[in-house]
Design a protein around this ligand. Structure first.
Ligand code: ATP
Length: 235
């Protein structure tokens, strides 16, 4: 579905991504792991069109979208749940959700999907007309995902969604990701929670200083001593 070819991104002299190659196959959960500053957010922002690559290509299906605008990419079905969630806390929960649907004209379908989101997240339904500030961090993460789903994406990208969440919400989050994946959505997940990400993904890649240093089956990566030492705390 999505193919990244020799992608390089630089901020001035700082090379954030160097010749990154990554394939995200349709219907899969793909995870990109790496320490702070490895280039994970830059990769997602480049896929969404928020940063311009210096070199390389981004293909969506057969189409080259390397130069497409972010809104064009959203219209083609790519959506990002950004790091820190970016919830507008003074707006209501429902207003936040509806932001995800702002490009859509099929209002009846949006209403149906909104109801489906409320059915999935009763905590959001109960407080739909309250300011989003009343939600816990975990609930805000669910809101951010609900908002992304209302864009009716084919590919949902999530930037460190488990950051700052309690273990209970982390478990709920991964359960939700598996569910939406079973419903047919392709997932590209950036995580520092290496263990959880590997346990739930179909394919994994590790970024270090902007380069893919390991990639493959999650179980194979999880058994790799280099990864265990660096990311799983099992030196
Ligand atoms: P984090 O988990 O901290 O978000 P990351 O793996 O997502 O880390 P990036 O945020 O993509 O990493 O950063 C990759 C490199 O690019 C880092 O060296 C970072 O300092 C640099 N960088 C990121 N954003 C910018 C920017 N807007 N301007 C300049 N340099 C940036």
């Amino acid at each position: 579905m999505l193919e990244i070819l020799n992608l390089s991104v630089a901020y001035g002299r700082n090379e954030a991504l160097r010749k990154v190659n990554l394939k995200v196959e349709e219907g899969k959960i793909v995870t990109v792991l790496g320490a702070n500053g490895a280039g994970k957010s830059t990769l997602l922002n480049a896929i969404l069109g928020m940063v311009k690559p210096r070199d390389g290509q981004i293909l969506l299906g057969r189409d080259d979208i390397t130069l497409a605008s972010p809104s064009e990419r959203v219209a083609r079905g790519i959506v990002l749940v950004p790091e820190g969630r970016r919830i507008l806390i003074t707006m209501t929960i429902e207003e936040n959700l509806m932001l995800g649907a702002h490009l859509r004209k099929d209002h009846a379908a949006v209403k149906q999907e909104l109801d489906a989101i409320y059915a999935r997240f009763p905590n959001l339904a109960e407080r739909r007309h309250m300011a989003a500030a009343c939600l816990s961090g975990g609930e805000q993460q669910m809101l951010a995902i609900g908002r992304a789903l209302l864009a009716r994406p084919r590919l949902i990208m999530l930037d460190e969604p488990s950051l700052g969440l309690s273990p209970l919400f982390v478990a709920k989050l991964f359960e939700l990701l598996r569910e939406i994946n079973r419903d047919g959505l392709t997932v590209l997940l950036v995580e520092q929670n290496t263990g959880k990400a590997l346990a739930n993904a179909h394919y994994a890649a590790v970024l270090e200083l902007g380069q893919v240093v390991m990639a493959g089956e999650p179980a194979v990566l999880a058994a790799d001593p280099r990864l265990q030492e660096a990311y799983l705390g099992r030196a």
